[in-house]
Design a protein around this ligand. Structure first.
Ligand SMILES: Cc1cc2nc3c(=O)[nH]c(=O)nc-3n(C[C@H](O)[C@H](O)[C@H](O)COP(=O)(O)OP(=O)(O)OC[C@H]3O[C@@H](n4cnc5c(N)ncnc54)[C@H](O)[C@@H]3O)c2cc1C
Length: 510
């Protein structure tokens, strides 16, 4: 019988990234999808800075940046006039190598991931292959697949990853609840070829009416994505709506002259988080685990984050580098973020689409006044960037996180520090455990790391490290996904030894 280490259900961005990471770590994966070909529509556009940072481990960041579009600014419009402009081209300067807002349509993104999977690891997505059912046994999962020729195949895997989207059969089979709700408004998305002042490569948002409309620039002259809401009785017949049926009030406010509609679709947005992200040997990731409004461009990025969080843990357990207890941390770390995200995107979405006099006044009078004031403050811009880019996402206070040194806590993303002499993210390209020291360390630490083949990076102390909040002469133990496991002021390797022992982690060093 066909047996793989990990059987991945679904070849959307989440499943593809999981397959890439596991393959890079030497794990045998099988990835199936019930569709005959990858998606051909643009869907999620924003690739957040944190995703790009983590994509360095797969050598993907440069290609995404080169092929995508950097958004220079976000503009807010009221009554047909631009009222506020937020420059974005270097909004996160000094915080990350990817200090901008990157647009890269999901269909192109998926094709890139598929190409890398095939070229780099010889793995092909098995198309027209559908998960029918599965059950867990003591030491694995037995799954029944429906193959392209209509036959059924029974296969086995050590673990099963449900990356099968919002209607996940994996989630339904596990009988995991998916509490939350569905917004009353219908979203429409349209990829268009058009003209007008809003087709200048920048992002434009109409604050006027509750008919929310945003124009997202795409790479290429005159190409953009319109995202808007449909309300009233038309929302009841969303499936049959055409572009001509939607309200053109907001489109006219933004002075958009449409030449061609390349793709139009409507969809209903839900806000839900699964009760559990793991049941035994089966996991839920991406839209199968959480769905929310597209406000802030977080959905796809969060699925990719789930995949990266789970991949190194599965690899460690499958190669004997950790006990299965490590897998518990997947749900703890990711469900907390998903719940916060759903709550935040819900507030933003409710604000931009709220109806009534007070909502109109807030959007058309108060917001245009407040947005320029807030965005003129560096601290406000930094807060906005850190939140949206997912660079503040952290696992503080959770079981794999320990200590604090400088401004950095166990569980944080390692802050980026760079100057003319170098960049502390360079060694992170290797998805392994590693120790960073900024300044000096003890002979014991050097000897212990050498003996255990644990990569140790000692950076000569420089002002850039202090500015980034790193502690001098302490150490940071980093996980394979580059989050800080231990932040400690000492130079004592026993702290690392105890950390691994208590968590039953036996990293395979080198
Ligand atoms: C019209 C539209 C517009 C969107 N716009 C945005 C946006 O602007 N911004 C944003 O952040 N997000 C947007 N999204 C959401 C975004 O596309 C998702 O968050 C993202 O695709 C989630 O990725 P995923 O890999 O988790 O799931 P999916 O992309 O849904 O992939 C799941 C895969 O699993 C496969 N599958 C399902 N069941 C089975 C089975 N039983 N057996 C085998 N295969 C199976 C499916 O065929 C699919 O390929 C949009 C979505 C849609 C539909």
């Amino acid at each position: 019988m066909n047996r793989s280490d990990v059987l991945i259900i679904g070849a959307g961005p989440t499943g593809l990234v999981l397959a890439l990471w596991l393959s890079k770590l030497g794990i045998a994966v099988r990835i199936i999808d019930k569709t005959s070909e990858p998606g051909t529509t643009s869907r999620a556009l924003a690739v957040q800075a944190r995703t790009l940072e983590l994509y360095r481990q797969l050598d993907l960041s440069d290609t995404v940046v080169q092929n995508g579009h950097k958004v220079a600014a976000a503009n807010f419009w009221v009554k047909g006039e631009p009222v506020a402009r937020l420059p974005l081209s270097s909004i996160g300067e000094g915080l990350t190598p990817y200090a901008f807002l990157e647009m890269y349509p999901q269909d192109e993104h998926e094709r890139l991931l598929i190409d890398r999977l095939e070229a780099g690891f010889g793995i092909t997505v098995e198309r027209n292959t559908e998960l029918h059912s599965f059950e867990q046994t003591g030491d694995g999962v037995t799954a029944r697949l429906r193959l392209p020729d209509g036959q059924e195949e029974t296969c086995q895997a050590c673990y099963l990853a449900g990356c099968d989207g919002a209607r996940s059969i994996v989630r339904k089979t596990l009988d995991t609840g998916f509490p939350g709700g569905t917004y009353q408004q219908i979203f429409y998305v349209a990829d268009v070829q058009a003209r007008g002042p809003t087709f200048n490569g920048e992002l434009h948002v109409d604050l006027d009416e509750a008919d929310f409309l945003a124009v997202f620039p795409l790479a290429g002259e005159g190409r953009a994505r319109l995202i808007g809401t449909v309300r009233d009785e038309r929302a009841d017949r969303a499936e049959t709506l055409q572009f001509e049926d939607i309200s053109h009030r907001a489109i006219e406010h933004l002075k958009v002259q449409i030449d061609k509609v390349n793709w139009f679709s409507t969809y209903r947005v839900h806000h839900r988080v699964a009760d559990h992200f793991r049941t035994g040997r089966a996991f839920l990731l991406g839209d199968a685990a959480h769905v929310h409004s597209p406000a802030g461009g977080q959905g796809m990025n969060t699925g990719i984050g789930d995949a990266i969080n789970l991949a190194w843990k599965l690899a460690a357990v499958l190669t004997g580098g950790a006990s299965a207890k490590l897998l518990d941390s997947y749900e703890t770390e990711r469900i907390a973020f998903a719940r916060r995200l759903v709550a935040t995107t819900d507030r933003v979405f409710s604000f931009v689409t709220a109806e009534g006099r007070i909502a109109d006044v807030l959007r058309t009078r108060v917001a245009p006044f407040l947005i320029p004031k807030m965005t003129s403050l560096e601290a406000a811009r930094e807060f906005l960037f850190r939140t949206v880019s997912q660079t503040t996402l952290n696992y503080r206070g959770m079981p794999l996180s320990e200590g604090v040194a400088g401004h950095v806590h166990g569980g944080d993303r390692l802050p980026w520090a760079h100057d003319g002499e170098g960049d502390n993210f360079e060694p992170l390209k290797d998805p392994t455990w590693q120790v960073h020291v900024y300044g000096d360390t003890s002979d014991e630490m050097i000897a212990w790391c050498t003996e255990h083949h644990l990569p140790l990076q000692v950076f000569d102390w420089r002002p850039a490290f202090e500015a980034a909040g790193l502690a001098r002469n302490g150490f940071y133990l980093l996980r394979p996904d580059t989050y800080v496991a231990i932040a400690d002021y000492s130079a004592d390797p026993k702290v690392i030894e105890r950390y691994f022992r208590e968590r039953e982690i036996r990293p395979f060093f080198g």
